[in-house]
Write a protein that binds this ligand. Sequence first.
Ligand code: IVH
Length: 688
Amino acid sequence: MNRKEATTEHAALAAEIAAHDIAYHQADAPTISDGAYDDLRKRILALEAEFPELAQSSISNKVGAAPSSKFTKVQHVVPMLSLSNAFADEDVHEFLGRVRRFLNLSADAPVAVTAEPKIDGLSMSLRYENRKLVQAATRGDGAEGENVTANVMTVKNIPQTLPSQAPDVIEVRGEIYMSNNDFAALNEKQIQDGEKVFANPRNAAAGSLRQLDSAITASRPLKFFAYAWGDAPELPSDTQFGVVQAFKAWGLPVNPLMVLCHSADELLAHYRKIEAQRATLGYDIDGVVYKVNDLALQQRLGFVSRSPRWAIAHKFSAEQATTILEAIDIQVGRTGALTPVARLKPVTVGGVVVSNATLHNEDEITRKDVRIGDTVIIQRAGDVIPQIVGVATRGANTVPYEFPKVCPFCGSHATREEKTSGKADAIRRCTGGLICPAQRVERLKHFSSRNAFDIEGLGDKIVEEFYADGLIAAPQDIFTLEKRDARSLKKLRDREGWGESSVANLFAAIEARRKIALDRFIFALGIRHVGETTARVLARTYGSAEHLREQMKIAAASEINDTRGELNAIDGIGDVVAEAVIQFFDEPHNVDIFDALLREVEPQALAAVASSSPVSGKTVVFTGALERMTREEAKAMAERLGAKVAGSVSKKTDLLVAGPGAGSKLKDAEKYGVEVIDENAWFVLVGA
Ligand code: IVH
């Protein structure tokens, strides 16, 4: 696979994952099975492993979805992150291998690792101050969660106070869940009361916790397991196992199946033991979590984007069922990708009714020869859009599925770009660009979405309606809506489902976004391959929207010049991303929209990075052999301290850390007058 293919697939996966995240975290209504979701994540991580620049723009840096607005927000002092997944035994060996390599340990050095069930509930952070429970918050997007203190106070096995040996401040983290029996009883009652039935215990737990009336939460049988911590100035032990034992001694519920292992084989043995007990535990688990026991090693290992290097979730395999494939619908995304979606005769898989599944792309359908009318095998693990594994039995009088060659929305040719390898791209794309209503409307949805302009009241459905009625055709139209409405005879307030106050709210929400952070502005443009992280990098690098546009125009004007080189030299901007950004600004349509938008909104430059560390905001390059840390560890450390780590030396570089054997980078540093220090001086500089 070449970079272009990888990039295309990466973008499609990212979009899919983002949609699932919102369904799962905000609506408590997952649209895909956990197994299928994990497969998507696994695939995106595999792509990023091979093409690291993709990781920069990636969704895989994100956890969950931003909190909904029912509850007040809580900023997590320590972010609540997620775990990367292992599926096969080799992945577990690989995990331990990675840990050892990162720490510079020999391949057979013993590393103590804990193993415990992965509870299928929702994560919760409990803050105790002076041994009293003062705050409970959900994970939210990892940085900011919802304040659900009043509700959590009603959970019976969560202590409201901790004993005297507990420290003054500690955030205990763990999982809120509902047992299988309690879940069944609750659903029974819901049916009797004519209320909504929950799809699974996890959703029941989430729904119960999200009640505005804590009396309702109190009536729901929620439980808690403590397995981690957030803000914790003083810890009771220097190992993972020790801290959890202390939690237990303080009266916090901990899972009895946690053990300490010393090799991959021991971990795998415990995995199988837990898997064998899975059905009789009485609560849902979806895997086994492994964590490096020594907290000092955890500290050194640190994090990579959304998850710690020191832990991994080894997931159980998926559940399968068969059903009839009734239709294949084609959706067209923001970048024109045609995505096939399987419509299924509803079937229950592991307790959840499934009626849609992903078919990935054209080749996948051909490879599996999936036909409408076939009985297909579908697969989901844990929760929610499952995947079609293959055909179980061929339906009568079926014909091979013919993938559309024109866009079902605008009739433009839908083509598969030829890749440099000469092979066709996996994704067929509508060539209609901005004449394609599906692409336009998807771009508008993206523009208004939570991580972009985040315009409350202008969700996907409303965007679709407004687009269909000609009220909004391009992003800048959002900002002229009120003026036009004042002049129009057909007022928004007269629309079905609208009224004086909802219209006023919408206009207020739009007005509130006339000032917008530059990174959000850039992200909202929907430039291919530019995710939030890349948008932030661009915002920091160029400082203003005007400057970005100017520089990109210059870059487009010549093949190889300093500006293009500069864009490439920014860590996190690979060739594909650089090309996509330049191309975007080379398209007059886009520049028109960009300029029209700038007449309506004022993007705000990002605040400087907190300058508490001597290297924060600096661009650092490491070269030569490092002896006290691995290259990966060095990079992680510098980033933790707020530095940007670049792969090559340019005139923008602030510092070169050179070990023995440094070559051309050292010469470049001399050429540009960049400060050069050795590894020991680096440790002195950063005070580590
Ligand atoms: S440790 C830094 N341990 O799984 C990450 N997580 O996919 C610390 N989960 O967000 C998490 N059981 O909600 C950990 N025994 C366990 C867990 C567990 C369930 C959840 C948790 C986390 C998610 C990650």
